[in-house]
Design a protein. Structure first.
Lengths: 112, 114
């Protein structure tokens, strides 16, 4: 069965600094990988997805993620964080039957 | 707003009572999913529908839980004889068949069982 590990429960970053959130997955076949963001009181919003092809994928809000098969990782990055990026971020892997398995999430705090 | 909507947004109930939640998906989406999210965890898959057919149920979905999507549009999730362990955020998502992995989530229904 597929699973996702997000090693960092909480990250604090200064506004304007770069951000990297780690995600490791376990899946036997070619994975479909996703990053979602959840703000308080809001639903999950899809930031980006990887299905195949170029291993560096661009998403919304200036985020990007890189798929590294050798490391079973799909880390999320943003070069310059804005205060509005404070939220909880979830990495997910999709199985053949379209179910998503999520990690436990990383909470990002942005300090001024 | 043409996004996924869920009602109610919050529900407080006493242990042993029955509760029902509703999800209205994006109108052209024929797949609908239910997930449960507990504090400090990511969402966990519960069940999903292709049109009105319920295609899979997680082992997390005990006999007290039932979901329906009678006309292939909105869906309801009912929990009978609620327990304190049922307290969670219940999330609904929808997608089209061709883009089944692009799931759009609603804001969720937060259930508190006292």
């Amino acid at each position: 069965a597929q699973s996702v590990t997000q090693p960092d429960i909480h990250i604090t970053v200064s506004e304007g600094a770069s951000l990297e959130l780690r995600c490791n997955y376990s899946y036997g076949a070619t994975p479909y990988l996703f990053w979602y963001v959840q703000s308080p009181g809001q639903g999950l919003q899809l930031l980006l997805k990887y299905f195949s092809g170029d291993t560096l994928v661009q998403g919304i809000k200036g985020f990007e993620a890189e798929f590294k098969r050798s490391q079973s990782s799909f880390n999320l990055r943003k070069p310059s964080v804005h205060w509005s990026d404070a939220a909880e971020y979830f990495c997910a892997v999709g199985s053949n039957d379209y179910k998503l398995s999520f990690g436990a999430g990383t909470t990002v705090t942005v300090r001024a | 707003d043409t996004g996924v909507s869920q009602n109610p947004r919050h529900k407080i109930t006493k242990r042993g009572q029955n509760v029902t939640f509703r999800c209205d998906p994006i109108s052209e989406h024929n797949r609908l999913y239910w997930y449960r999210q507990t504090l400090g965890q990511g969402p966990e898959f519960l069940t999903y529908f292709q049109n009105e057919a319920q295609l899979e149920k997680s082992r997390l979905l005990s006999d007290r839980f039932s979901a329906e999507r009678p006309k292939g549009s909105f869906s309801t999730l009912e929990i009978q004889r609620t327990e304190q362990g049922d307290s969670a955020m219940y999330l609904c998502a929808s997608s089209s068949t061709g883009l089944a992995y692009e799931q759009y989530f609603g804001p969720g229904t937060r259930l508190t069982v006292t």
